[in-house]
Write a protein that binds this ligand. Structure first.
Ligand code: SAM
Length: 528
């Protein structure tokens, strides 16, 4: 036996590769933002790994519900994205994203819901146990995505998908009740016109003999009742007498049947717990989702949408109006659309062109109240609100012709200041009067970013404007040698040198490696 610490885990090629992600800034495209200008909702066009990293600083611990519907790795090529990733690369694609998603979840009330099918579901479960903690696994929903048997299936007609559910903290999370169904309420009747309203009758007898559990009850017609041998009344003799006096015991229409307890609809829980069996009748199916696509985009139907009712069920359970919802594999925009129409705040990330061709027009229709979908009708949604459209900023640094990192020319002064704030853990918060206050980490700790040259005189001036107890980090292209250690409360550092090595620059798509590798392998095998 070795002493090496062993743990139960899933391993795969490339699992230990560490990514040093660049914390990019997000740039709003005001021409694509829509509706209420004060709306906080975000539609982000870009790779979700970099986009999630970009959100981390502002949104860590704030998202109540994450829903993701990643490419299933089914091996079939869809028009809108490459789903043909091999198992290890698929796991490598998912893990770093889950790790950041975990940081974004609200620490006590957060939950993440992940759609997945048979191909990767069991691998994903083990991976999620590792990322979110096995104790935080809540359950797996089985969603009936297809409502009729596929007779052309090779072996078995697979009619369901899974939705894995993890909590940020299983001890503190709570889920809402779903509305009671009309069938549930229909079981309650009122044959004796009881003024307390409809009721259902329940058993008064339980198994096992109990001391004082067997005694005679006198019915309204004088008939005597007792429990059979080996059973007991669930109430004491005194309590049962009281219940009879309050007309809470039912002896049947003829008043001489075996007694039962009246349970009033007004006293039952106003709602029902969700179970794991999500039928297409209740939450929709793939065809319904496709029909929704045809209403929204008759010319260019998105291939793998989810029905709006499915997302509504998740949001109903996991959130309340005003909560933040995030989907980092947005597809046609279903999660953002449903979140918007149900009063949740939302962030959607999509790297395909359909961020522009599908998500954007869909959300505009939602804001205008004319998406034409059944859920809007059912909710009485008339439009309102708005969202902001963002792109990921390019990498802060790029290599020049000599292979040295330099600041990308697309960065203006404001972008550079915002980016350096992110790198150094400051909140970008430019001061209206003091030009050297670009951001702060506390009320007394500031950052100043400039591409100019700083002289000792300039530094003296900045220092004279600082209050006692304040500190400042200056990020500058170059500075006079006398600036170094001139003041105990001012640190001067050079960009880009100060951030080199902290993360990977000039890397735009963390999927490309994976997809390219798969393509390269395919080409190799074609050539062979
Ligand atoms: C199955 S679809 C999601 C469908 C969505 N639930 C709907 O109802 O329309 C998966 C989406 O993830 C997107 N995607 C895949 N990899 C991504 C990445 N690295 N960053 C952002 N989006 C990505 C794909 O472009 C695709 O639109």
């Amino acid at each position: 036996m070795t002493n090496k610490k062993q743990k139960l885990e899933l391993t795969w090629i490339g699992k230990d590769e560490e990514l040093k992600l660049e914390p990019r800034i997000l740039i709003e495209d005001p021409d694509k933002s829509y509706g209420d200008k004060s709306a906080e909702n975000m539609l982000i066009h870009g790779d979700n790994l970099l986009a999630l990293k970009a959100l981390e600083q502002d949104f860590a611990g704030r998202i109540k519900c994450i829903y993701i519907d990643p490419p299933y790795n089914t091996g079939s090529a869809f028009e809108h994205y490459d789903d043909n990733l091999e198992h290890s690369t698929w796991l490598s694609l998912i893990r770093p994203r889950l790790e950041i998603l975990k940081n974004l979840l609200h620490p006590t009330q957060g939950s993440i819901w992940i759609s997945i099918d048979d191909d990767e579901s069991h691998y994903l479960k083990v991976l999620c146990d590792e990322v979110f903690g096995r104790k935080n696994y809540v359950s797996t929903m089985v969603w009936q995505k297809i409502h009729s048997i596929k007779n052309d299936a090779r072996h078995i007609s697979v009619n369901h998908d899974y939705i894995l559910l993890y909590a940020s903290n299983i001890e503190t999370v709570s889920f809402n009740l779903l509305d009671r169904t009309s069938e549930m309420d229909e079981r309650y009747r009122n044959p004796d016109n009881d003024p307390r309203g409809p009721w259902q009758s329940g058993d008064l007898v339980a198994n096992e003999e109990r001391s004082n559990g067997r005694f005679d009850i006198l019915g309204p017609t004088g008939k005597i009742f007792n429990v059979p041998a080996g059973k007991h009344w669930v109430y004491s003799q005194e309590n049962l007498k009281q219940l009879i006096a309050e007309n809470k015991i039912w002896f049947g229409v003829n008043r001489d049947s075996f007694p039962r307890k009246k349970r009033f609809l007004s006293e039952v829980q106003q709602g029902r717990k969700s179970d794991t069996w999500w039928t297409s009748d209740e939450v929709g199916h793939n065809q319904e989702a496709k029909r929704e696509m045809k209403v929204l985009f008759p010319e260019d139907v998105f291939d793998t949408p989810k029905p709006e009712r499915l997302i509504k069920r998740i949001l109903d359970l996991a959130t309340k109006p005003g909560d933040w919802v995030l989907d980092s594999f947005l597809g046609s925009g279903t999660t953002s659309a449903v979140a918007h129409k149900t009063g949740r705040k939302h962030i959607g990330i999509e790297f395909g062109d359909h961020a522009d061709t599908h998500c954007l027009p869909r959300l505009k229709k939602v804001v205008d109240g004319n998406d034409g979908l059944a859920l809007s009708e059912a909710l009485g949604w008339k439009g309102g609100g708005g969202f902001k459209f963002y792109n990921l900023a390019p990498s802060l640094l790029r290599k020049d012709t000599f292979g040295n990192f330099v600041i990308d020319e697309n960065y203006n002064a404001n972008m550079l200041a915002a980016a350096m704030c992110k790198h150094e853990g400051f909140k970008f918060y430019p001061d209206e009067t003091l030009c050297w206050k670009h951001g702060k980490s506390t009320e007394a700790d500031f950052i100043f970013v400039t591409t100019g040259f700083i002289t000792a005189e300039q530094l003296d001036k900045v220092h004279s404007e600082m209050k006692a107890g304040e500190s400042l980090l200056i990020c500058v292209k170059s500075f006079a040698p006398e600036c170094e250690n001139r003041f105990a409360n001012i640190t001067v550092k050079k960009i880009p040198q100060m951030i080199l090595g902290k993360c990977e620059f000039a890397k735009d798509n963390y999927d490309l490696n994976i997809i390219k590798a798969t393509e390269a392998e395919a080409e190799e095998s074609n050539e062979a």
